[in-house]
Design a protein around this ligand. Structure first.
Ligand SMILES: Cc1cc2nc3c(=O)[nH]c(=O)nc-3n(C[C@H](O)[C@H](O)[C@H](O)COP(=O)(O)O)c2cc1C
Length: 187
């Protein structure tokens, strides 16, 4: 089965990102066409990009980079679960993307974004510039959650509406389509 990695882009204490990602992982498992893994940038705790050489060369010096490389290499598709910080993506996400090159390329990426009125969409637009430079294929079908706080219940669990469930399913279908057809490009 194709491997989908759901990357949690927010690492701050009390983040909404984790419950949103946990909901999405369940939706992706129900979808049934991916082997789904949650990748939490808080757990990875990568230092600010500290490799002496350009990632394109793949000459990694540090063990944390070698581990991150192995992690991303095995994926066939990604979903970035990301808030909007000052109209952009989070610094940990940009850092995690910058670390590698070949490991990302020819792989599709979907976005589950959230925030205030914009639902994180401005951050997604910024992220698209970065992921296309890494030769990833960002798909337009997305899950955008405006006013994310209202979907959290008293235990802090994310409770999606039918509309959000539907947009997750549509995104997963499209992501799977791209994942199937991009795999041969990496052979
Ligand atoms: C540093 C910072 C910058 C933010 N900037 C924006 C913003 O530009 N647009 C927006 O809609 N929300 C913004 N917010 C509000 C976030 O959408 C909200 O705090 C959300 O819960 C952040 O995701 P997280 O809890 O997973 O970290 C910002 C929050 C922080 C902490």
């Amino acid at each position: 089965m194709l491997k989908l990695q759901v990357i949690v882009a927010s690492v701050r204490q009390g983040r909404v990102g984790l419950p949103v990602a946990q909901w999405f992982v369940q939706a992706a498992e129900r979808f049934g066409k991916f082997d789904v893994e949650l990748v939490d940038l808080k757990t990875w705790n990568l230092p600010l990009m500290d490799e002496p050489e350009h990632p394109r060369l793949g000459h990694y010096q540090h063990q944390h980079t070698k581990n991150w490389s192995q992690q991303i290499d095995k994926a066939d598709a990604f979903v970035l679960v990301m808030p909007e910080y000052n109209y952009s993506m989070t610094a940990p996400l940009k850092n995690a993307l910058d670390y590698l090159a070949r490991e990302w390329q020819y792989k599709p990426v979907g976005f589950v974004s959230y925030g205030g009125i914009s639902g994180g969409t401005r951050a997604v637009q910024v992220a698209k510039q970065v992921v296309t430079t890494l030769k990833m294929m960002p798909i337009p079908e997305a899950v955008n959650v405006a006013f994310v706080q209202k979907y959290l219940n008293s235990e802090g669990k994310f409770e999606a509406t039918q509309e959000l469930e539907k947009s997750a399913e549509v995104m997963l279908q499209e992501l799977n389509h791209w994942a199937v057809h991009l795999k041969p490009m990496r052979a």
